[in-house]
Design a protein around this ligand. Structure first.
Ligand code: PLP
Length: 435
């Protein structure tokens, strides 16, 4: 049994045979992931090894504290697991210190704020509607209630695609005027490279600290296809489940000097016991990301995003920032069809078996729940094995579905084609087939 736990089929069929209801739902979800296109930019398919670690007996353990300094007994194994995870994270990113306990990217960001600034302090970060994240000071997030955020955005759109880049002049002006204690770089819907050095220079000029939220490109950074903020930013936060392809979770990287501050912010500052099973899965993912195959994976993710961008442009879509340097693209739907909102596009594509999310574009005339954009990413389908030629097919299916969105038969036909394409690229071959 133990030897077969790496097989997702065992987790579904064996481990859950007692609970028909949840088992049936998990089989449904496996079927959904397998028969529809996964283009959500923040998602990926983990390896069976990451799945197995996440489903391990470490979920039973309580380990408040850090290796060698725990509050409960019985932590010899948990200590080794966390030490291995931290050591691998340090090696993968070339960092002096790693904290692998945050339950999520949001927790990691909150811990960074707790470590670096005081409640009420001013923080300069990217506006949500220009590509920032909720935890970068949205009024509905605890971050927006605890700190005073001042926001920067992107440059105006330009016909040649050279606009909609992070406006560093604006960052500098705001920093000089507002004297923030912390400047945050990092976004959730930005398709271009973010150079950390210019942010560092501005932070130094105004005496601010600098945090880089690397949630999205962490895997690309690990593979060397996006510049690394490690050693440039005071604290780097990231998620382990997006391009890094690990379990759902967060982590922080920092200098040896800031290690105690950051560790104290995570525990006891924010969290109780860590998720040891997830930490084991993070360790597995960090090791996977050190392999040469991961470097080539990351290069293919970017090549696929660029192929998808090119094909969508050919279908009449405008891309925010004129294209992509990373794993995601932001599509402005207005040129394709001024009547089509992001909400209707997302719902239409769901019916056609193409899973993605609506997203605000910079200066979006429509409200956040409606939007004029779609965000697409290639991290998951590249893991499943799709290449650049498949991206052209995907763009064609997506455009057809949106053009014929009022035609049920046409959408059913697209869905059938999607399924046929998708089934050539099974992320979990063999699992759950006979159920
Ligand atoms: C995804 C994301 C997060 C939050 O990650 P969760 O694990 O969902 O909490 C934080 N910052 C950015 C920029 C993100 O894209």
């Amino acid at each position: 049994m133990a030897g077969r736990l790496s097989d997702p089929e065992v987790m579904l069929a064996g481990v859950l045979e007692e609970d028909d209801e949840i088992r049936a739902l998990l089989v449904d979800e496996l079927h959904r992931q397998r028969s529809t296109l996964q283009l959500i930019a923040s998602e990926n398919f983990t390896s069976p090894a990451v799945l197995a670690a996440t489903a391990s007996v470490l979920t039973n353990k309580y380990s408040e504290g850090y290796p060698g300094r725990r509050y409960y007994g019985g932590n010899a194994v948990a200590d080794e697991v966390e030490d291995l995870a931290r050591q691998r994270a340090r090696q993968l990113f070339g960092s002096e210190h790693a904290n692998v306990q945050p339950h999520s990217g949001a927790s990691a960001n909150l811990a960074a704020y707790l470590a670096l600034v005081e409640p009420g302090d001013t923080i300069c970060a990217m506006r949500l509607d220009q590509g920032g994240h909720l935890t970068h000071g949205s009024p509905v997030s605890i971050t927006g209630k605890l700190y005073r955020f001042v926001a920067y955005g992107v440059t105006p759109a330009a016909p040649d695609g050279s606009g909609e880049r992070i406006d560093l002049d604006q960052v500098r002006d705001i920093a000089r005027r507002e004297r923030p204690k912390l400047i945050v770089a990092g976004t959730t819907a930005y398709s271009r490279t973010i150079e950390p050095e210019p942010f560092r220079a501005i932070a130094d000029e105004v005496g601010a600290k600098f945090m880089f939220d690397c949630a999205h490109p962490a895997g690309l950074v690990a593979a060397g296809v996006h510049p690394s903020p490690v050693g440039v930013a005071d604290v780097v936060t990231f998620t382990t489940h997006k391009t890094l392809r690990g379990p759902r979770g967060g982590a922080l990287l920092t200098s040896a000097e800031n290690a105690r501050l950051v560790d104290g912010a995570v525990f006891p500052g924010l969290q109780g016991g860590p998720l040891d099973h997830v930490i084991a899965a993070k360790a597995v993912a960090f090791r996977e990301a050190m392999q040469p195959s991961f470097k080539s994976y990351a290069r293919r993710v970017v090549a696929n995003a660029q192929a998808l961008a090119g094909a969508l442009t050919g279908e009449g879509f405008r891309l925010v920032a004129g294209g992509t340097d990373n794993h995601l693209l932001l599509v402005d739907l207005r040129d394709f069809d001024p009547e089509l909102s992001g909400k209707v596009a997302q719902e239409t594509l769901d019916r056609a078996g193409i899973t993605c999310n609506r997203n605000q574009i910079p200066n979006d005339p429509r409200p956040p729940f409606v939007t004029s954009g779609l965000r697409l990413g290639t991290a998951a389908e590249t893991t499943a094995g799709m290449g650049e030629a498949d991206m052209a097919v995907v763009a064609g299916l997506l455009a057809t579905a949106l053009r014929r969105r009022d035609d049920d038969a046409a959408l059913r036909a697209v869905r059938a084609e999607v399924r046929e394409l998708r089934e050539q690229f099974d992320p979990y071959p063999g699992a759950g087939r006979e159920s």
